[in-house]
Write a protein that binds this ligand. Structure first.
Ligand code: NAD
Length: 502
């Protein structure tokens, strides 16, 4: 299938693909896929106004009916899984299996949200006053902006949008300027679901095309009460204070610097497979990619040679081809950052295996690399940065407390894992004295989360939670109600306040 067939197969027309000036390229060979029309500030403001109008209607639709729209979206996504998955691969370079996996996540969150649409319930609370009752109600908030990163161009949108929609909020989606086509194709699928539904207000989902300036209009608008933003910690640092300034609600999903500890009792066969998938999947461009590996001294010399052998055999190349496991980096900037990090790691005492650029002669416009293993003597400054590329830093450890302390000694707090068959170690790792991350796993790698749990991380990862568990509360406002069904007016805390003539 050629690129045009993939684009058309995902519902994108030539009119959309040639409408403007934003050049979108595939990292597979660097060729241009589209020139999209960019939304300037006045366009974004008009979209916000349209979302506010849609909200007035959507908030009155009973939540289980709103869930029906999301159920229909899930059905349409099932029908479009291959077409959208292939477009995700074309646009951001992850292998086709991972492209399919991303669409499956969208389907899974739709299923979860449909169930939730009948469970958006609050508490009933006992009152201290006779003839009174109390309860908690959850209400829609208004337009929800979803800003997404290039590396997961559709799933994080769905984690947010499926919940926001059943919670009664229209969605404004600003995809990465490096991966906007998957968003436009998803919008086509969404409109099919809206047509199946039959009675939704217009503008429930709008896509804002542009770079950070377009995002800024959403971030600064008081008509957008929720901003859910996925991307780098630098982006979160820029927008977090601006949202706080206007008392908006932010859900921030930012950078990670994820680690795994391999303990003496680990099943090394399983650990090896988990390490390789977590470190090189999506070419090391997952927020949850494994970046730091702490291996116990007693097993280091048996694990490392096997890991290096597995790396040497990795098929790197066109991610649309079935036998490929590692696709390209997104662009030259990513390649530069990787090469600089390797250079610095070497200066800081690292011993590097791999990391070189591949196919530069016959595919000069694309950035393929051999994933790198860097054995480090200590936890130096370069390791503490998130370099969004397939670099795995490996360190020896002697004692678990030392490994946990190093794991936690970074500004980010997204994902972590331990491989051990010793329950004392694994439970300690999950305890208050263990991992400080939002995600802590046992005997699986740090990447590849399921939909049922709340997804997100602490510290410089932003603290946001999306997807499963009670993440839906982030898209609603909580109201506490006190109801007096007596013929008296007692005040709380027994306060006496009597006025004449009453
Ligand atoms: P990025 O921060 O460059 O861009 C992300 C999005 O934010 C894009 O849509 C971009 O246009 C927008 N943006 C950037 N600066 C902005 C600003 N000042 N105002 C408004 N919008 C702005 O990130 P990226 O390179 O696309 O993605 C890689 C980063 O995202 C990595 O750090 C990765 O760890 C992180 N990420 C985190 C998660 C998570 O769930 N925690 C998931 C995926 C990616």
């Amino acid at each position: 299938m050629n690129y045009t067939q993939i684009l058309h197969g995902a519902g994108l027309t030539d009119a959309v693909l040639t409408a403007g000036s934003l050049s979108v390229r595939t990292p597979i060979d660097g060729s241009e896929l589209a020139r999209l029309q960019v939304d300037v500030a006045t366009d974004v403001e008009a979209q916000i106004a349209a979302a506010a109008e849609a909200f007035l209607c959507w908030r009155q639709v009973p939540a289980p009916r709103r869930g029906e729209l999301v159920r229909l979206l899930g059905l349409r996504l099932r029908a479009s899984k291959e077409a959208l998955g292939r477009l995700v691969t074309l646009e951001c370079g992850k292998i086709y299996q991972e492209g399919l996996g991303e669409v499956q996540e969208m389907i899974d969150i739709c299923d979860l949200a449909v169930g939730l649409s009948r469970q958006l319930h609050g508490l009933t609370i006992v009152s201290e006053r006779p003839g009174h009752s109390m309860r908690e109600s959850w209400h829609p908030m208004g337009p929800c902006a979803v800003i997404t990163a290039f590396n997961f161009p559709v799933a994080p949108w769905a984690w947010n949008a499926a919940l926001a929609l059943v919670c009664g909020n229209p969605v404004l989606w600003k995809p990465s300027e490096k991966a906007p086509l998957s968003a436009l194709a998803t919008k086509v699928i969404f409109e099919q679901a809206v047509a199946d539904f039959g009675e939704a207000p217009e503008h429930l989902l709008q896509v804002v095309i542009g770079e950070r300036e377009a995002g800024t209009v959403l971030v600064e608008s008081e008509a957008v009460p929720i901003i859910s933003a996925t991307g780098s910690t630098a982006m979160g640092r820029a927008i977090g204070p601006r949202i706080a300034q206007r008392f908006g609600r932010s859900i921030l999903e930012l950078g990670g610097n994820n680690a795994m500890i391999v303990a003496p009792s680990a099943d090394l066969e399983m650990a090896l497979r988990a390490i390789v998938f977590a470190a090189v999947g999506t070419a090391g461009q997952r927020c949850t990619s494994l970046r730091r590996l702490f291996v116990h001294d007693s097993i280091y010399d048996s694990l490392l040679p096997r890991l290096k052998k597995a790396y040497a055999d990795l098929p790197v190349g066109d991610p649309l081809q079935e036998d490929i496991l590692v696709g390209p980096l997104i662009d030259y900037q990513a390649l530069d950052t990787m090469q600089q990090a390797l250079h610095t790691a070497k200066e800081q005492g690292g011993h590097i295996t791999g990391g070189e650029r591949l196919y530069a002669d016959n595919c000069a416009a694309a950035c393929y690399v051999q994933p790198a293993i860097v054995e480090m003597p200590t936890h130096t400054a370069i390791i503490q940065q998130e370099t969004f590329a397939p670099i795995l830093y490996v360190l020896r450890y002697q004692d678990l407390d030392q490994a946990i302390a190093l794991q936690n000694d970074v500004s980010q707090g997204l994902s972590s894992a331990i491989f051990s068959t010793d329950i004392r170690e694994t439970e300690y790792f999950l305890s208050a004295c263990g991992s400080d991350c939002g995600i802590a796993n046992v005997n699986i790698g740090p990447s590849g989360a399921e939909i049922g749990g709340a997804f997100g991380g602490e510290k410089a990862t932003g603290g946001g939670r999306e997807s499963g568990s009670d993440a839906w509360k982030g898209y609603m406002r909580r109201q506490t109600n006190t109801i007096n069904y007596s013929r008296d007016l007692p005040l709380a805390q027994g306060i006496e306040f009597t006025i004449e003539d009453a």
